[in-house]
Design a protein around this ligand. Structure first.
Ligand SMILES: Nc1ncnc2c1ncn2[C@@H]1O[C@H](COP(=O)(O)OP(=O)(O)OP(=O)(O)O)[C@@H](O)[C@H]1O
Ligand SMILES: [Mg+2]
Length: 298
C-alpha cells in the first residue's frame, strides 16, 4: 500500500477543524463516527479514516490490538476484509491519532448501492452472505455492524470495509475493550456518563445476529431501500430460524433517527463551548447525520 505521511493528513484535518470546513478535503463519505477522506486530495492514492485522538500512545496501541483481534476473528469466520492498515501518528502534544488506510473502493459496489440498482427480487446473494457472516461473528462480547453501507459486493463475495469502531465489549458488557474517552471527549462532561450508558446499550444490539441484522434492516429504511425490507427479513428468518418482525426494525429506525441527530447537536454545542473558552477541539464533525442527509434524498 502507498506510503502516506500522516503528519500531513493530521495537519490538513487540524486546519479543517479550525476552519470548520471540509472544503479543502476530498471526502469519500461519512458514517456516524468517522469521516472518510481520499488522500491526497486532487490525486488520491488511498482512503483514510481518522479515529479521534487517544490520550497517549499506550491507549492508541490498545485500540490497534483490539482492531487486530477483530481482523483475526473475521478471518477465522471466513468474512471478506477490505485490505486495511492501521497507522499511529504520535503528535507533538503527546496524543496519538490512529488512521485506517484502505484502497479506494468502487462505490457502485457498496452494498446499499448494489441493492438500489438491482431488480426487485425475493432474495439477493449479498443478503445471504451478510446474514451468514453475522451468524458466524456475533457473540455476547463482540458486536458486528452489518449495515449495507459497510460492505462491498463484487458479484460473489461480501467484503467488510468498516473497522474504525470495533464493538468489542468487556466480559461484563458495560464498556469497550479500548478507551472510550476517545469517543466521549466530543461530548460535554455532564452528559458523558449518560451517553456511555446509552452507547453501550446500543452496542449490545449488535452482539446477536438477530440484533445486528435488525439494525441492517433499520438502515435499509433510512436508505430508502424499502423494496428490500421484506426480502431481507425473510432471508434473516429463514437462514437463522428466528422470527424478526418488521415492527422491531421500524422501532430501531424510529429511535435512531431521533437519537443520532440529537447526538450531533450535542457535539456541536460542545464544539462551540470549547472553542469559545479557548480550548482545543479535536473532531471533524459532519454537517449533518446520515439520517438527515438521506431523508432529504428520498
Ligand atoms: N475504502 C473506501 N473507499 C471509498 N469509500 C469508502 C471507503 N470506506 C468507506 N467509504 C465510504 O464512507 C462511508 C463510511 O465509511 P465507514 O463505514 O468506514 O465509516 P464509519 O464512520 O465507521 O461508519 P459508521 O459510523 O456508520 O460505522 C461508507 O459507507 C462508504 O460510502
Ligand atoms: Mg459504517
Amino acid at each position: 500500500m502507498s506510503q502516506i505521511d500522516f503528519a500531513q493528513v493530521e495537519a490538513a484535518v487540524a486546519q479543517a477543524i479550525r476552519r470548520r470546513s471540509t472544503a479543502d478535503l476530498q471526502l469519500l463519505g461519512h458514517g456516524e463516527i468517522s469521516v472518510v477522506m481520499a488522500w491526497p486530495a486532487g490525486a488520491p492514492v488511498a482512503a483514510v479514516k481518522r479515529v479521534p485522538p487517544f490520550r497517549d500512545l499506550a491507549r492508541a496501541q490498545q485500540y490497534v490490538t483490539v482492531c487486530d483481534d477483530f481482523f483475526a476473528t473475521l478471518r477465522a469466520a471466513n468474512v471478506g476484509i477490505w485490505p486495511t492498515t492501521l497507522h499511529i501518528h504520535e503528535r507533538p502534544d503527546g496524543r496519538a491519532v490512529v488512521y485506517h488506510q484502505q484502497p479506494i473502493a468502487d462505490i457502485t459496489q457498496l452494498g446499499s448501492n448494489v441493492l438500489r440498482s438491482a431488480a426487485p427480487a425475493d432474495s439477493h446473494p449479498l443478503l445471504d452472505a451478510i446474514v451468514d457472516a453475522a451468524a458466524r461473528v456475533c457473540t455476547r462480547t463482540l458486536g458486528f455492524d452489518c449495515q449495507l453501507a459497510n460492505w462491498l459486493w463484487d458479484g460473489s463475495t461480501a467484503t467488510q470495509i468498516d473497522f474504525t469502531s470495533p464493538f468489542a465489549l468487556t466480559e461484563s458488557r458495560d464498556d469497550l475493550l479500548y478507551d472510550t474517552h476517545t469517543f466521549l471527549q466530543e461530548y460535554p462532561v455532564v452528559v458523558r456518563p449518560y451517553l456511555r450508558k446509552e452507547f453501550t446499550s446500543l452496542l449490545r444490539r449488535f452482539t446477536s445476529a438477530e440484533g445486528a441484522l435488525a439494525d441492517m434492516v433499520a438502515n435499509m429504511m433510512k436508505e430508502g431501500l424499502d423494496q428490500w425490507v421484506d426480502p431481507a427479513i425473510n432471508t434473516i428468518n429463514s437462514r437463522l430460524g428466528i422470527n424478526l418482525s418488521r415492527e422491531k426494525a421500524q422501532w430501531m429506525y424510529d429511535n435512531d433517527r431521533k437519537l443520532l441527530p440529537t447526538v450531533l447537536k450535542i457535539k456541536k454545542v460542545q464544539r462551540w463551548w470549547l472553542t469559545h473558552t479557548g480550548r482545543n477541539y479535536e473532531q471533524l464533525l459532519p454537517e449533518k447525520t446520515t439520517y438527515e442527509l438521506l431523508a432529504r434524498e428520498h
